[in-house]
Design a binder for this molecule. Structure first.
Ligand code: SF4
Length: 359
């Protein structure tokens, strides 16, 4: 059977350039392009994909994750939850000289864990920890159960349903959105083609200069039986990509000309400028996220959840919500009142996916 050349189109410049290169180099009937609709895109991106399809005369399949089964299971879990244990915060223990105290098993032996250092696996002692504070109840209170079950139903929006299922928004430390909304869908789509008997080449619009974790990206890589990754842009710069798309007379996502350096979802990791631009140009998207914060808060055990930086470990969720809810973040992004701009100072990539799925 003929190879299938599969391209995940995100609406960004890199995946558009990759699709153009594929159309230039291989027969059209062997190319399959798809877009993972997260349900969290600015509508301009959907309109752009329609334009791109018309311009190229080429179909881009729209794929969506479905979490109905997971939400049904979560409803059952919450309704039946009768756990009695508590969850504690912990702190490492040091001796009088400030040396870490190792953890011991019931026979007095020091416990170890396996860690990887410089490419070799070594055993390292586990440090003893102690409980801090009174802990919090693990089980759902009856009040929280009633609150959650009243709203915990599939909405058909993949991003919102994912957050309802998880009871929280993704964060930089728990970036499950990329995996659940893009990677798993892309992998399932490609495995389906392989099951139909097609060898698959996955064209990925990754550039090495994008972020440290893409620095060593290979141009061609076998990633499984009958499955290869091909990254034709690995040594291109962002400017080369834009120039190439323009030279083909192909439109770029209008979001680029509206101050966004990257396009795709309204991202949980967006920087100050990106958030301010979104709030200025697309206030409806901020209203939508505000509604989502309320809904996801209802299904969270603590009653609050914020779209940005939900990994805050402070105890008082009300205080966290007051500081980090989307309206407060927009005000912070708009005003220049000397606030420390953590996002900009960290200078991290907007999305850490190594698959080029979040452009
Ligand atoms: S990391 Fe950002 S762009 Fe990627 S899926 Fe999550 S919200 Fe969307």
């Amino acid at each position: 059977m003929h190879i299938r050349h599969v391209i995940s189109v995100s609406g960004g410049k890199d995946s558009t350039a990759t699709l153009l290169l594929a159309l230039e180099r291989v027969p059209r009937e062997q190319i399959v392009a798809f877009f993972c609709d997260t349900g969290n895109e600015i509508p301009v991106t959907h309109a752009y994909l329609d334009d791109l399809e018309n311009h190229l005369g080429f179909k881009i399949h729209r794929l969506k994750a479905d979490f109905s089964a997971e939400i049904a299971a979560k409803r059952r879990f919450i309704a039946r939850d009768k756990r009695i244990r508590r969850e504690y915060r912990t702190a490492p223990v040091f001796d009088a000289q400030g040396r870490p105290v190792p953890k011991r098993d019931k026979f007095g032996n020091i416990m170890h864990r396996i860690v990887r250092r410089g490419g070799t696996e070594i055993q390292e002692p586990i440090q003893k920890t102690r409980r801090v504070g009174g802990g919090r109840r693990v089980r759902w209170s009856n009040k929280a159960k009633r609150r959650a079950l009243a709203v915990l139903h599939p909405t058909g929006n993949p991003f919102l349903d994912l957050c309802l299922w998880k009871g929280r928004f993704p964060s930089r430390m728990a970036q499950f959105c990329t995996e659940e909304l893009k990677r798993n869908i892309a992998v399932a789509f490609q495995l389906d083609l392989i099951d139909q008997g097609f060898p698959v080449v996955s064209w990925q619009g990754i550039r090495r200069d994008e972020s440290p974790n893409r620095r060593n990206a290979k141009r061609l890589e076998r990633i499984g039986p009958k499955l290869w990754a091909f990254r034709p842009l690995v040594d291109w710069t962002a400017q080369q990509t834009v120039d190439f798309v323009r030279s083909q007379g192909c439109p770029l996502n209008p979001l680029y000309s509206q101050g966004q350096s990257r396009v795709g979802c309204v991202c949980i990791n967006t920087n100050k400028q990106g958030l301010a631009q979104t709030a200025y140009r697309y206030p409806d998207e901020i209203d939508r996220i505000e509604d989502w914060e309320w809904l996801v808060g209802q299904v969270s055990k603590r009653g609050f959840s914020t779209f940005m930086c939900d990994a805050d470990d402070r105890k008082d969720r009300r205080a966290i919500f007051a500081d980090l809810n989307i309206r407060a973040r927009v005000e912070w992004a708009k005003g220049d009142n000397g606030t420390v701009d953590l996002f900009d100072r960290l200078d991290l990539p907007v999305c850490a996916s190594a698959y080029g799925l979040c452009e």
